[in-house]
Design a binder for this molecule. Structure first.
Ligand code: ADP
Length: 547
């Protein structure tokens, strides 16, 4: 009819759909997790919005309903959530909005299917989530009918997952979203309610919004919605903790750390937090803010409350408090002193867990390799806790194998050595080849080797550790002459002054000074930064940034 509008998908959606349909066949059951999570989020968002707008109050019996229809061969997931306007449908379901999804499709496109790594794909999906588009793993046609809460217009989005989708006006009695999947021939299993029930228990048991499976008009509740964090530790098995971890962060690995405690007294809250065992893409490259979920008396409020500083953004889990009203608004989240106290307490607890786990070098290594670069951001972002973060840092070094910390470095310092030396470069290779190290090696002076991109920024901020200043070896004015070693620190050979003067004349426009140095052993020349100016790597970064 005339009211049907046809639109082309964004190019990236086309590519993602192709991958979803063809590459992920074996993991396709996760489509239900993705749709149910979206539905539950939409209901949480509606409840939250209702605090400021009466138009969108969530009905008391609101549920996510999963309805298989064998005769029609459809599976329907409907919710009473916030809903989507016509524009929302076009932008949320017609383009790839999230950087995570884009990166996921790139990663999959780069992975060669024949290299025997098929079994790594589930964890890839777990990390990125393909979201709504995963419906096309089981369906060859999907319709989405939605009405935005607070409006009375409804629209239907429909697509066969190939190049285009349509939008047309629809009717829907109440706000919310209904997704109808016309199942592929080989997807019959998703018409069986026992199978659906199993999947909800597996993937969505801890979602606190009620989920029901509807068969012959009867609703069976499928999730327990247990607030695991409210139970006593002694009542929880390790398996339950792991299941919860998997559902809260959509993870597939085991947590590296599980922190579960209850604060009583002036401030009351329960917290159940995890440090992942693997590096989730989002935590490091994507989102910059902590996504730890805030609940008030079990009820989910928001994952936007920044309960942890961004240098701990890889921590996942839930904080549930008595000390906020249920109708806490966004503005209140910014300003209420109770939340500031909770943030402080939760951050302190995570920090002390890391501090104690850092004593076990082997166990800590796995953590450091995943999240070290993020933790280093804390040195320049979190002035208040800088002194507590510094002992958590680990480095490669010119003197020892594996990882080492600042305290260990200090304990190895030579007599008369006043500073902690470090060198920053783009990667481990550049560090190993660097002529900057020659003089230090020859004198048995240890240098910390830094190659994360944050390394250009934090050492100056930290400035000192146990009273010892941190000094970049590329900064010009270091005098090594008092340390003897393989390199004989004698008089400069005759003629050097002449040579230096000639080079200086030739390069006069390009350098501020040319000096004879005792810092080299094999190489003829090396670049150094001016005594008080920024370190060389910092100068490189500034140049790249066009400063
Ligand atoms: P993600 O949920 O991870 O952002 P999706 O592809 O699953 O990615 O969904 C894209 C967007 O579409 C969501 O962020 C949300 O804004 C919207 N959306 C999806 N499902 C629903 C729903 N059931 N109700 C309301 N909005 C939805």
């Amino acid at each position: 009819s005339e009211t049907v509008e046809r639109h082309e998908f964004g190019a990236e959606v086309g590519r993602l759909l192709d991958l979803v349909v063809h590459a992920l066949y074996s993991d396709r059951e996760i489509f239900l997790r993705e749709l149910v999570a979206n539905a539950a989020d939409a209901m949480d968002r509606r409840r939250f919005e209702a605090l400021t707008s009466a138009a969108s109050a969530l009905p008391a019996d609101a549920k996510v309903r999963i309805t298989p229809d064998k005769a029609a061969r459809t599976l329907t997931v409907s919710d009473a959530g916030i809903g989507m306007s016509k524009d929302d449908l076009a932008s949320n379901l017609g383009t790839i909005a999230r950087s995570g999804t884009r990166a996921f499709s790139q990663t999959l496109a780069d992975a060669k299917p024949q290299d025997g790594k098929e079994d790594e794909k589930p964890s890839l999906i777990g990390q990125f989530g393909v979201g709504f588009y995963s419906a096309f793993m089981v369906a060859d046609r999907v319709t989405v009918t939605s009405r935005r809460a607070g409006t009375d217009e409804a629209w239907t989005w429909a697509s066969e997952g190939q190049g285009s989708y349509t939008l047309e006006p629809a009717t829907r009695e109440e706000p919310g979203t209904t997704i109808v999947m016309h199942l592929k021939e080989d997807a019959d299993e998703y018409l069986e309610s026992y199978r659906l029930d199993h999947l909800v228990r597996k993937w969505a048991d801890f979602i606190t919004v009620p989920i029901a499976i509807v068969e012959d008009g009867k609703e069976e509740s499928a999730n327990q919605g247990t607030a695991l964090w409210r139970k006593a530790k002694s009542e929880i098995t390790p398996e339950q903790y792991e299941e919860f971890y998997r559902s809260v962060g959509m993870n597939f690995d085991k947590p590296w750390a599980t922190l579960h405690w209850r604060a009583e007294g002036a401030l009351e809250f329960s917290a159940l937090l995890f440090v992942p065992g693997m590096k989730p893409f989002q935590a490091v490259e994507g989102e910059r803010e902590s996504k730890v979920r805030l609940h008030v008396r079990r009820m989910f409020i928001t994952d936007d409350a920044k309960l942890l500083p961004s240098w701990l953004r890889f921590v996942q889990g839930v904080v549930d408090t008595e000390d906020l009203p249920l109708n806490v608004s966004r503005e209140m989240l910014q300003t209420t002193p109770a939340l500031a106290k909770i943030r402080r307490a939760v951050t302190g607890r995570v920090l002390s867990e890391l501090t104690s786990r850092a004593k076990d070098a082997e166990g800590y290594q796995a953590f450091w390799e995943n999240f070290g670069p993020v933790v280093k951001e804390g040195i320049y972002e979190d002035h208040e806790r800088r002194a507590e973060i510094a002992p958590l840092l680990r480095f490669k070094s010119s003197a020892v194998e594996g990882w080492t910390g600042l305290a260990d470095y200090v304990s190895r310092m030579k007599d008369g050595q006043e500073a902690i030396y470090y060198l920053v470069a783009d990667d481990a290779d550049a560090l190993a080849r660097s002529p900057q190290l020659e003089g230090f090696r020859a004198r048995g002076l240890e240098v910390l080797l830094l190659s994360d991109h944050v390394d250009a920024f934090w050492p100056e901020q930290l400035a000192r550790f146990e009273e010892k200043p941190l000094r970049s070896v590329t900064q010009g004015a270091l005098d090594l002459s008092k340390f003897s070693g393989d390199a004989e620190a004698g008089e400069a050979p005759a003629g050097v002054d002449d040579l230096v003067a000639k080079i200086k004349a030739a390069l006069s426009d390009d350098v501020s000074d040319v000096r004879a140095t005792d810092r080299l052993v094999d190489s003829a020349v090396v670049l150094a930064a001016g005594g008080n100016g920024p370190d060389l790597q910092m100068q490189r970064l500034l140049r790249r940034a066009g400063r």
